[in-house]
Every structure is written in structure tokens, then in C-alpha cells.
Design a protein around this ligand. Structure first.
Ligand SMILES: NC(=O)c1ccc[n+]([C@@H]2O[C@H](COP(=O)([O-])OP(=O)(O)OC[C@H]3O[C@@H](n4cnc5c(N)ncnc54)[C@H](OP(=O)(O)O)[C@@H]3O)[C@@H](O)[C@H]2O)c1
Length: 221
């Protein structure tokens, strides 16, 4: 039986899933890291994701060492990872990750990158292989579904990619982890939505002292 298609992201209270883009080579180069724009980007990104870094599952998955927090945030992060049989992501998310992820990339499943750039598959130790898909989001999802088998397909991000899948009616459900930060500017999660086509039903809420996790199913109007 085919699994579900979902996304699960962290969002600022005012609706942003990332700070305003700065060139990725700035963020991950020693010279670039002294640039005020980069420092601001990293500070905002760290505040947004602060709930995740201390979690036991996150530390295990990135091999950061023993220990870590347990509780609702950890359970949700682990369950999200375990249900995922394959992921789809946009090229900008990949570009940042290519520089930031460790050699053993943290997916441990196939990842399909939607892009206009052709590239051979990139296999990482630990079970992650990045496949570069040049013929659109439907093709990427089809390949991801096949790779995932019974498990679910995660649309990993970023915003532009999630928006295309949402507007195409291809998302079954999603979770937003609402972080108590205000960005003011940045990359909006729900830009370019077509509200006449999509209706949401809230199916779950979980709160910790750090964040609130909101889960919805998506129905076509
Ligand atoms: N808050 C969170 O939980 C979370 C999670 C994931 C990501 N993020 C953040 O989200 C940001 C990236 O999001 P984004 O909206 O800027 O970009 P994105 O969705 O990651 O990537 C967009 C790019 O993907 C390619 N693409 C998208 N759709 C395509 C299509 N139909 N056909 C061919 N290529 C296609 C294009 O690149 P080319 O034309 O260059 O090929 C496009 O410029 C990053 O800052 C990342 O860190 C946040």
C-alpha cells in the first residue's frame, strides 16, 4: 500500500520558514561568516531551530554524542524521521545542505532533488543517495513513492517546493512546528497559496515548553 505525502517544517510565529536568503557560499565560508548578513542569517536560523538541536534523536542521527532531551519534541522528531521512506527537496535547500550536512547525510533514504541542473546521483555513506530530477515535481514524487515503498514521502522543503506540491493537491497532511520567534522578513512558508482549492482540517496539536506542533490534513475544495 502506498504511503502518505507530507511535509514537516519549523515556522516562525509570523510565518517564515527561513531568514532572507544569503548566498550559501557566504554562510559556509570563513570570510562570509564575518559578513553581518551571514551572522544575522545564522542567528535567526539557530533561533528558529533551537528546539531541535538538544533533542536526543537529533544528536543520535548526526552522531553528536550521547544524551539529549526526551519528551514530546524528541518523540515527534523521531517519528517524523522513521515514517519517511524517501524525501523530495528543492535545489536551494540541497545547496545549503550540501555544504552543511556531514558526510553521512542525515536522511538514510533516497532523496530526490527537483532542479533544472543535471547531475549524476550522489551517494553518501549511511544510505542517503541524492537523485537530481529535471522533469518536474510529479516525476520527483513518482520516483520518491516508488523508493519509499510502504513508508511515507516527505517533501523536505524549502518553501518554493512545498508550495508547488500544496497547490497541486499532492500533499495529504503536514505539520508545522511553531517556534516562538519573529522574523519580520524572510522566506514565507505559505506564499502563493491557492485558498480556493485547499481546505485544512486540524488533526493534532502537541505543545512543549519550547514549541507547538500543529498537524493538518489537506482536503481539496
Ligand atoms: N524551516 C524549516 O523547517 C526548513 C525546512 C527545509 C528548508 N528550509 C529552508 O528553506 C530555504 C529554501 O527554500 P526556497 O523556497 O528558497 O527554495 P527550495 O524550494 O529549496 O528550492 C527552489 C529551487 O528548486 C528548484 N526547483 C523548484 N521547483 C522546481 C521545478 N518544478 N522544476 C525544476 N526545478 C525546480 C529551482 O532551482 P534551480 O532552478 O536552481 O534548479 C528552485 O530555484 C532554505 O533556507 C532552507 O534552509 C527550512
Amino acid at each position: 500500500m502506498a504511503g502518505k505525502v507530507f511535509f514537516s517544517v519549523t515556522m516562525s510565529l509570523d510565518g517564515f520558514m527561513a531568514p532572507e536568503a544569503v548566498p550559501v557560499q557566504y554562510v559556509f565560508s570563513p570570510e562570509g561568516q564575518n559578513d553581518p548578513r551571514t551572522r544575522r542569517w545564522l542567528a535567526k536560523w539557530s533561533e528558529l531551530q533551537a528546539w531541535l538541536f538538544p533533542q536526543r534523536w537529533f544528536r543520535e542521527n548526526l552522531k553528536l554524542g550521547e544524551g539529549g532531551e526526551e519528551g514530546v519534541d524528541n518523540d515527534i522528531a523521531r517519528a517524523t524521521y522513521e515514517r519517511t521512506g524517501a524525501s523530495v527537496m528543492g535545489k536551494r535547500m540541497f545547496d545549503g545542505g550540501e555544504l552543511a550536512w556531514p558526510e553521512e547525510a542525515p536522511f538514510h533514504t533516497p532523496v530526490f532533488v527537483v532542479t533544472h541542473t543535471g547531475r549524476d546521483p550522489w551517494e553518501r555513506p549511511g544510505g542517503t543517495t541524492f537523485h537530481f530530477v529535471n522533469d518536474g515535481i510529479d516525476s520527483a514524487l513518482l520516483q520518491a513513492r516508488e523508493a519509499a515503498g510502504d513508508r511515507d514521502v516527505r517533501i523536505a522543503g524549502g518553501a518554493e517546493t512545498i508550495q508547488q506540491y500544496l497547490n497541486s493537491g499532492l500533499i495529504d497532511e503536514f505539520s508545522v512546528t511553531l517556534a516562538p520567534v519573529l522574523f519580520g522578513t524572510g522566506i514565507r512558508l505559505f506564499d502563493h497559496m491557492d485558498p480556493d482549492r485547499l481546505a485544512l482540517r486540524q488533526t493534532r496539536t502537541d505543545a512543549s515548553s519550547r514549541v507547538t506542533h500543529l498537524t493538518y490534513t489537506v482536503e481539496k475544495r
